[in-house]
Design a protein around this ligand. Structure first.
Ligand code: MRU
Length: 369
């Protein structure tokens, strides 16, 4: 997608030296556009943990490139498969909730099984990581086409008045290599001249909505209004929200969805106000091995400092300030679970389905054993 009119992905290997992986530093946006270099497994782990890069498909792709970098660190002809398994475990430990990470890392690891030649290991790993990036981009492109139908139908129903879509966190192209999940249909709608307007939840504590989604939409000429996380319910009551589109970090085979903390409250409000609520995801975000979100999905707990402080831009630099009494204690759950019964449907690369096992199976029968 575009930054100042120039096309970018949120992760790519350096054009002249493919032992360097480049990423857009999401900790610096929207205040400055900085590209960070990842040169080792540890660099990738830290970038994911500290959220230099974040968003389910992107951390999956980064994990895959991390496996490639692990193959470049092989110096001996013994213990190669142990080294690879250790790297996989280490990378997966960086963030627990999004299933894309373990899916992508394990995907590379399986391709490396039984190979002992260092050159073949690294070329196989790089090829697989690049393939994962291409698959995720294509998934998002198709999601855009399917999701567009929902926006088009709503636009018709409203006789061309702007379709107001509320979103939470950032499920945009930054989170997904390109296009985004939630944003893919929105960008297509704008390209087709369908009037849309996005309500952007700021998404405390890290403000991915305020910092990333608002920036992305602005760069791509999509009208939006930034709102506090608590405003959505009121806007829904006032009939100012036509659709809710949120991302997904891990969905279950029965349709529960883990996404950024606060998503569940939006689903409750949408349900109470009869507003369609869609979780938008590639199938790499569906964990077909589990069925119950609340008991089976590990919810990441992050440092309390993210809640105790707010970071923003002042006097030419990013600064962090405390917003509560000194020594205040805080809890910081990164995600919550929206139960399937509150979800109108999933928008996936294979089409739209209800958040039920039966309908998920209709689209992804090959994934059910
Ligand atoms: O903690 P984050 O910023 O990685 O959380 C991201 C989200 O919750 C997104 O909605 C999700 O990863 C979907 S990305 C298309």
């Amino acid at each position: 997608m575009l930054i100042e009119g120039k096309n970018y992905q949120s992760i790519w290997p350096d054009e002249t030296d493919n032992t360097i992986i480049r990423v857009i530093d999401q900790q610096k946006l929207p205040f400055s556009l900085e590209i960070k270099e990842l040169r080792s497994v540890e660099d990738v782990w830290t970038a994911i943990k500290e959220m230099t890069i974040r968003g389910a498909p992107l951390i999956g792709a980064a994990g895959a490139f991390g496996m490639y970098l692990a193959t470049l660190e092989i110096t001996h002809h013994t213990g190669i498969q142990d080294h690879i398994s250790n790297a996989a475990r280490y990378l997966i430990s960086s963030r627990p909730t999004a299933v894309n990470l373990s899916w992508a890392v394990n995907n590379v690891r399986e391709k490396l099984d039984g190979i002992n030649d260092p050159d073949l290991l690294s070329s196989t790993a790089l090829k697989t990581a690049l393939g994962i990036c291409e698959t995720e981009k294509e998934n998002c492109r198709k999601i855009g086409e399917h999701g567009l139908k929902i926006i088009e139908a709503k636009s018709k129903e409203k006789n061309g008045q702007p379709v107001n879509i509320l979103t939470h966190c950032n499920a945009g192209w930054l989170a997904c290599i390109d296009y985004g999940t939630v944003t893919a249909p929105v960008y297509l709608a704008v390209q087709k001249g369908i009037p849309v307007h996005i309500w952007v939840d700021e998404t405390r504590p890290r403000n991915q909505g305020a910092r990333l989604t608002a920036w992305e939409l602005g760069q791509n000429s999509v009208p939006y209004t930034l709102i506090t996380d608590n405003a959505g319910g009121y806007l829904m009551q006032k009939e100012s929200v036509d659709l809710v589109f949120v991302g997904c970090d891990r969905a279950t085979s029965k349709g529960d969805v883990a996404n950024k903390i606060g998503t569940y409250l939006k689903a409750l409000s949408a349900f109470d106000n009869n507003i369609p609520f869609f979780s938008v995801m590639p199938s790499t975000s569906i964990d077909f091995s589990i069925s119950d979100g609340l008991s089976e999905i590990v919810i990441e707990e992050r440092d309390q400092d993210e809640v105790i402080t707010v970071s923003g831009y002042a006097d030419g630099e990013i600064r962090s300030v405390r917003i509560c009494p000194e020594n205040a204690k805080a809890g910081n759950w990164g995600f919550d679970i929206t139960p399937a019964r509150l979800i109108t449907g999933f928008i996936t690369e294979k089409g739209i389905c209800k958040a039920t096992e039966e309908d998920i199976k209709r689209l992804f029968s090959d994934k059910f054993k």
